[in-house]
Write a protein that binds this ligand. Structure first.
Ligand code: SDX
Length: 416
């Protein structure tokens, strides 16, 4: 077949397509396909509904967060990450036997395949942003799993549990390698939260620190159709595999308008330096039309309930740590200024990312690791929602309103 013959075929196909177009225009209105479609466009898909869910509810008006009917305040007080993950995945609180079996499964998966350590030690993986190291190594977990391409619900469920366990181990190892330390084996005698702190800091946490990490993991676990959850679900809706979909979620969480804000908040607080500079710093940020990290939310038009919990917990840490005490005083000042100036008028309040980093800093964790901790928690929400949607899967495929040229003519390059 020559190039001319190929081009003849294209011209013939164009003629057939043009005939179809004429038929469509002449068809009765009820069957005619119109373009552009009559729609209203909300930037950032504001107000769009992606699906139905029974997993979690964000009440943005009253500042309430619910997982499977359970209020996040109640879960923070009584639950732990393992139990909350079970609740998100299976829709009910586990009984003692179910909890034990789930916990054993998570622990059974905690250690990483040895090949992962080769990847973690690669120069670029070690020095990249830890969220980049996390999605590279999460992808590699998929590459090492011979059953990763089996997209049956049962297999995806098993991978979900494996990833809930192993993302934390990856985060722990990435934290160590960034500090130039040797990897450490996860400690199977510790609960999920305590093991994460142990791996990241090198010391076994006391009861209060374990509880604080559990609260952080519970409160970040799920949050409606946030950008990373939606990204992960869109990826999985094409029947891609669970590892790939979670990688997609991590890439979306990384950005500073989403999970990446917790890291940026700390840099801002450090830049402000002392509480008396907060007002001036905020004035300058407004003049430069900068978004203040850790404030504002698409859904909450009230104070984020998670920030309501984290704020007082940081105060508790501040009492025993002078560095946190100073950063917390700056944060409180900024909180008061922004709520006063933006709260009533624009409904801008602190969000989850404003105080969470101070909790991690109080544990001695490096600032760049804050967003990976978010991922180690949100993995439960990502996988629970992927599995829920997979039961009655349909490809996500919205449209864009085309506002460009429709009749442009192809002119050969030497005639342009
Ligand atoms: C998370 O969706 C989730 O649930 C996410 C999350 C989860 O758990 O998954 O809760 C986690 O991602 C928390 C958000 C972390 N990001 C930040 O803290 C970054 C700073 N915040 C923003 O940029 C902003 O508030 C967003 C991104 C969180 C929400 O953006 P929207 O809904 O698109 O709102 P917008 O940017 O269009 O702002 C609306 C107005 C604008 O003013 P006007 O042009 O109408 O006058 O509010 C202003 C904005 O300028 N505004 C801010 C602001 N947030 C909104 N102004 C200054 N500083 C801010 N932080």
């Amino acid at each position: 077949m020559s190039v001319n013959e190929i081009n003849d075929k294209i011209r013939e196909a164009a003629k057939v397509a043009a005939q179809y177009h004429t038929d469509n225009v002449g068809a009765p209105a009820a069957t005619r396909l119109e373009w552009p479609v009559a729609v209203s466009v909300n930037k950032g898909l504001e107000g769009a509904i992606a699906c139905e869910t029974k997993i979690g509810y964000v009440d943005g008006v009253n500042g309430r967060l619910v997982y499977r009917g359970h209020d996040s305040f109640e879960l923070s007080e009584h639950s732990n990450f393992e139990e909350t993950s079970y609740l998100l995945l299976y829709g009910k609180m586990p009984n003692a036997a179910e909890y034990k079996a789930f916990d054993e499964k998570l622990k059974g998966y905690r250690k990483l395949p040895h090949e992962i350590y080769d990847a973690l030690k690669l120069g670029a993986v070690k020095t990249a942003h830890p969220m980049t190291s996390l999605y590279i190594t999460t992808g590699m977990l998929g590459a090492l799993d011979q059953k990763s391409e089996d997209v049956s619900w049962q297999n995806q469920e098993e991978i979900a549990i494996r990833l809930i366990s192993r993302i934390s181990t990856l985060v722990g190892e990435i934290a160590r390698l960034r500090k130039g330390l040797e990897p450490v084996e996860p400690d199977l005698s510790l609960g999920h939260a305590a093991n994460l702190v142990y791996m990241m800091t090198g010391s076994k946490p006391d009861e209060a620190t374990t509880k604080l990490m559990d609260i952080a993991l519970i409160l970040h676990a799920d949050h409606g159709m946030n950008a990373s959850t939606f990204t992960a679900m869109v990826a999985n809706s094409s029947l891609s595999d669970m590892y790939s979909s979670v990688v997609a979620g991590i890439t979306s969480l990384k950005g500073s308008l989403h999970g990446g804000a917790n890291e940026k908040v700390l840099y801002d607080l450090e830049e402000i330096g002392t509480p008396d500079k907060a007002e001036e710093w905020f004035k300058k940020a407004r003049e430069e039309k900068r978004k203040v990290m850790g404030f504002g939310h698409r859904v909450y038009k009230a104070y984020d309930p998670r920030a309501r919990i984290f704020g007082p917990l940081v105060e508790f840490m501040a009492r025993r740590n002078p560095e946190i005490n100073n950063l917390y005083s700056i944060a409180k000042k900024l909180d008061a200024i922004i709520c006063e100036q933006f709260g009533k008028e624009k409904k801008i309040f602190p969000n989850v990312d404003f105080y969470s980093g101070l909790i991690y800093r109080g544990m001695g964790i490096e600032t760049a690791m804050f967003t990976p901790i978010f991922a180690a928690s949100r993995i439960s929400g990502w996988t629970a929602r992927i599995l829920e949607y997979l039961k009655e899967n349909r490809l996500f495929r919205p449209r864009a309103v085309y506002t460009g040229e429709t009749k442009a003519e192809y002119i050969p390059i030497d005639k342009r």
